[in-house]
Design a protein around this ligand. Structure first.
Ligand SMILES: C[S@@+](CC[C@H](N)C(=O)[O-])C[C@H]1O[C@@H](n2cnc3c(N)ncnc32)[C@H](O)[C@@H]1O
Length: 233
């Protein structure tokens, strides 16, 4: 009997640790734990994710370029840029003539971004900068950027609502935010943090965004675009 109890306890503990560190990536232990986990795995992040350059060109670079086509040399902020997926997708496009700021709290993820951006394209050196900071508060003045993106990251922040308010603050009125909503089987395991489509849309509207569009993107994410309400202060 005692062995059964020990086995059950060990199984419970293993599941709990798996849920804390793997499934929800340390989010219930605070933002420093999340960043420590990303620092520790940065060198293998891209090989785990297996991003496709053509998919990223179509689903990420194309909407960002379209959203900023009314501006000469648009300034774009990518929050939680990781290994530089968004800057890389933009800089691979010959029709992108802007500047992209990639922000992330993990220094090791940014090191990977620097290596990959450095290898990708000679013109890229003058077209991007990388900033090590948390997503909230953002170290930029109000109404600075022609577009802001934040992909596959909101669910790892201490507060998605607080981060969205910051992104909207630095976005120019009328301009576009491109972000993602966690969906799929694992999304509901973020206990107390899961947002249904309706809930997510309501949060975006409350943060000062309008024209919200949510579409199926990846197995675990919806792609979301919305524009900053011109009258929003
Ligand atoms: C799943 S990765 C997504 C990276 C990139 N956007 C992509 O699509 O590949 C999540 C990123 O969020 C960053 N991150 C997590 N919490 C953060 C916070 N509070 N502030 C800034 N970055 C954070 C991590 O360091 C990591 O690079």
């Amino acid at each position: 009997m005692i062995w059964l109890l020990i086995l059950a306890g060990a199984a419970f503990l293993s599941i709990l640790l798996y849920w804390i560190f793997i499934t929800t990536e340390g989010v219930f232990l605070g933002r420093r734990m999340v960043i420590w986990l990303y620092d520790s795995t940065a060198h293998k992040y891209d090989s785990i994710k297996e991003f496709s350059a053509s998919d990223d060109s179509f689903f990420i670079a194309r909407p960002l370029i379209r959203a900023t086509q009314h501006v000469n040399s648009p300034l774009i902020l990518d929050v939680a840029t990781g290994t530089g997926r968004v800057p890389r997708a933009l800089l691979r496009k010959p029709d992108f003539d802007g500047f992209v700021v990639g922000l992330d709290a993990s220094g090791r993820m940014l090191d990977q971004a620097r290596i990959k951006l450095g290898n990708s394209d000679e013109r890229s050196v003058e077209c991007y900068s990388l900033v090590q900071q948390f997503a909230a508060p953002l170290p930029f003045p109000d109404n600075t950027f022609d577009s802001v993106s934040c992909l596959e990251a909101l669910e790892f922040f201490p507060s998605d609502a607080e981060a969205l308010v910051e992104m909207v603050r630095v976005l120019k009125p009328g301009c576009t935010l491109v972000t993602s909503r966690r969906r799929g089987r694992q999304a509901r395991l973020y206990l107390g943090r899961y947002r249904s489509r309706t809930d997510f849309e309501a949060l975006l509207r409350k943060s000062g965004l309008a024209d919200v569009q949510i579409s199926l993107w990846e197995l675990d994410y919806d792609m979301v675009t919305a524009s900053k309400n011109p009258g929003f202060v």
